[in-house]
Design a protein around this ligand. Structure first.
Ligand SMILES: [Zn+2]
Length: 497
């Protein structure tokens, strides 16, 4: 690691002198719109066993967390630190890690994923100050706090530095307050995509892709978006002759949400297929240079989100009786519920299994597939819905008298799953008059492993003749979907999301 000493002062032996200069008796800190008197004992900071003293701001402890001036400290660690003033965001890069922070926002972007910090970065006395433990650990450093000395020690665990070439930053056309400190940290980002597709630009900090139209005037209405979320793949079909001459091509890598971009030509324009690292939502708008596609997490775009999970599917029939398969009933019910929610402009709905089978590509599995329990849970956890609703059909061998509806929740501190399960159970029993087997705690994978409120409905026993007749009746699907849909509306009316 090569350090440029002009960016920091490494002082050995004159510590007491500089500290008294920096601290005096107390500090006046301006942040969060007011001035605070800070008179805590000074904190000493060591990076790789050398003391680091910031010329302008010492480390400070606020709400119990140590904040340090981002530029001085993390450049001393060999990271590249860049400040994008227009968006009040700062980008820290080291080896294969990219962290993006926004002032006064606890959400940090760590390699494309949002992680919550204990305290938001703050502008203190006009310096960007960040929680040192969070950032250090996200970059792979070891952090130690010695309480009696009030010192923080940061050390590199390993010094594997991977070399990358051909790299550029999109900060270049914005205000940059620092430069690269180590050539080894040169990482490739935004312009990689632009070098393959001259009409595309991706800003990995803002997570925005611009489709340049060269002034030809592509409008948002020229673009059709197809969100194949089970594949984390989004297709933008652009019907505008401005893109007639684009060159087809493909890019693979990891920039923010993006994993791959594929461009093909169509008769009336072009098609851009984007593979993302997790389920994304997009907003399209008209920008100065063309169309701007803003990528975000679903819950950043939608206020109300439901995930519908039709149980089983594909090679897994679930239970079966008299030639009727559980997977078909659950898919019919799931689709009917999906359609009602889809028609409701206030609610965004996703399905874990939109069809019986679905074809796969690009995820290492060739051919037809249905989602595993892991895939269902992963999908839901990326979406972070207000409720995950799994639909199933019951069966018991040699016990034709067993019958009725039951709804499961997984007991957790969040009681919304349990509350919603009771509501659905009551409404389904009222609607169909089947035996009330009540709501129960169930240790089922999909409701246990999903991070958000979840229920699992057992609609009835396919092995019981009365239940069988009810759930295979022609109008059952619509009735079921209506009941659950109304429960969802009540759930939202009560402000449970
Ligand atoms: Zn089942």
């Amino acid at each position: 690691m090569k350090l440029k000493l002009r960016n920091l002062m490494v002082l050995l032996g004159v510590v007491s002198l500089s500290q008294s200069l920096v601290y005096g008796s107390s500090l006046s800190l301006k942040y969060d719109g007011s001035t605070h008197v800070y008179d805590k004992t000074p904190i000493t900071l060591y990076v790789n066993n050398m003391e680091v003293i910031s010329e302008v701001m010492p480390p400070v402890q606020i709400e119990g967390y140590v904040l340090v001036p981002i530029r001085e400290v993390f450049q001393a660690l060999g990271a590249t630190v860049q400040w994008k003033s227009s968006e009040r965001k700062v980008c820290i890069e080291k080896d294969n890690s990219l962290i993006v922070l926004e002032l006064n926002n606890k959400d940090a972007w760590v390699n494309g994923e949002i992680k919550e910090m204990e305290i938001a970065p703050k502008e203190i006395n006009e310096k960007v100050m960040v929680p040192i433990r969070f950032i250090s650990e996200a970059l792979g450093y070891k952090v130690a706090w010695l309480n009696n000395e009030r010192s923080v020690h940061i050390n590199e665990q390993t010094s594997i530095i991977q070399s990358n070439s051909n790299i550029n930053q999109d900060f270049s056309n914005n205000q940059i307050i620092s430069d690269e400190i180590s050539q080894n940290n040169n990482m490739s980002y935004m312009n990689e995509i632009n070098s393959i597709f001259p009409f595309l630009n991706y800003d990995s900090i803002a997570q925005k892709m611009t489709i340049s139209d060269g002034g030809a005037g592509i409008s948002v209405s020229d673009i059709t978006v197809n969100d194949n979320y089970t594949k984390r793949k989004m297709t933008f079909t652009i019907n505008n002759s401005a893109l007639e001459d684009v060159k087809p091509g493909s890019w693979k890598g990891k920039i923010g949400y993006l994993k791959a971009v594929n461009v093909t030509k169509t008769n009336s324009g072009a098609q851009i297929t984007v593979e993302t690292s997790s389920v994304c939502a997009v907003d399209l708008s008209k920008g100065q240079d063309g169309i701007v596609i803003n990528f975000m997490k679903p819950n950043q775009k939608y206020n109300k989100i439901i995930v519908v999970d039709p149980g089983h599917g594909g090679a897994d029939d679930g239970t079966r009786c008299n030639g009727v398969k559980e997977k078909d009933i659950t898919l019919r019910c799931g689709k009917a519920l999906f359609n009602l929610l889809e028609a409701d402009n206030n609610i965004k709905v996703y399905m874990t299994r939109p069809e019986d089978w679905y074809a796969t590509a690009g995820d290492g599995i060739v051919g037809k597939q249905y989602p595993t329990l892991d895939m269902r849970v992963a999908l839901s956890n990326e979406i972070s819905p207000d409720m995950y609703i799994s639909v199933h059909v019951n069966y018991v061998e040699n016990a034709p008298s067993a019958s009725g509806i039951e709804t499961y929740y997984y007991t957790s501190s969040d009681k919304r799953g349990q509350t919603f399960a009771s509501r659905v159970q009551k409404a389904l029993v009222e609607e169909f008059g089947l035996r009330d087997r009540k709501t129960k705690h169930g240790d089922f994978y999909v409701i246990r492993e999903t991070n958000d409120p979840a229920i699992l409905i057992e609609t009835g026993f396919i092995s019981n003749s009365n239940d069988f007749n009810t759930i295979t009746a022609p109008n059952y699907t619509e009735r079921f979907a209506n009941v659950v849909y109304n429960c969802i509306l009540e759930y939202y009316n009560e402000g449970l999301n």
